[in-house]
Design a protein around this ligand. Structure first.
Ligand code: ADP
Ligand code: MG
Length: 207
């Protein structure tokens, strides 16, 4: 599909809407194993994205994602701000050279973004973080470029977020709880799942 100004705007709106709708839930998850601010942080960051939506959606998709990343880095705060921000910013930068989008290029951009986030967070899968959703989703995408992959990405994200419940946190504030971090979904894993769900849901409707 052609990512024109309208499509970029609608995609961004799909993401911001789900974050706003679930902000209280995200904060409640963070109350259980963190400091009760993840929904507040994400809500603040994506409100700033909405404020800049005209400038963002007037850019091609790559630069638009890079700009979203920048806005998130400056506005989300917490541990998650730089991590989510860098994720968007790196994918966007990787897709900013004006070349046509392809499955291979999108996977490569996601891989680079994951490398950057893992380095920044000194983290990897299995530590009860956002990475426990984003990494398996990118692996699923790598394996398949068919349109039907969108539905599977949504399912994979949901299963992956659920799989953080029995994990013990090794990174982030939740790691201070040790064994007591078990039994709760990681807030960043849930917000990652919501964002994946919104992106894939939008693309399913449009493609
Ligand atoms: P803070 O922990 O500073 O209050 P948030 O509550 O907004 O920030 O975000 C917490 C989420 O950030 C966690 O649920 C986790 O998914 C993610 N996170 C925290 N630290 C890391 C890290 N080092 N690597 C990857 N993700 C992390
Ligand atoms: Mg928090």
């Amino acid at each position: 599909m052609e990512f024109d100004e309208r499509a970029t705007r609608e995609l961004v709106e799909a993401i911001t809407q789900t974050v706003f709708e679930h902000a209280d839930e995200l904060t409640d998850l963070d109350r259980a194993i963190g400091d009760a601010d993840h929904g507040i942080n994400m809500d603040r960051g994506f409100k700033a994205v909405v404020k800049n939506i005209d400038a963002i959606s007037s850019k091609p998709l790559g630069p638009a994602l890079a700009e979203i990343g920048k806005v998130l880095i400056f506005n989300v705060g917490g541990a998650s701000g730089p991590l989510f921000g860098k994720l968007f910013a790196t994918v966007g930068q990787q897709l900013s050279d004006g070349d046509a989008l392809s499955h291979q290029r999108i996977v490569a951009a996601c891989d680079e973004a994951l490398r950057v986030v893992k380095t920044l967070g000194k983290s990897d899968v299995g530590q009860k973080t956002m990475l426990d959703v984003v990494v398996p989703v990118v692996d699923e995408l790598r394996a398949d470029s068919d349109r039907s992959v969108l539905r599977r990405l949504q399912e994979r994200a949901q299963t992956a977020a659920q799989a953080t419940v029995p994990m013990i946190a090794i990174r982030g504030r939740a790691s201070f709880l040790g064994e007591r971090s078990r039994g709760h979904m990681d807030p960043g894993a849930r917000s990652s799942q919501l964002i994946v769900d919104a992106i894939c849901g939008y693309l399913e409707r449009r493609l």
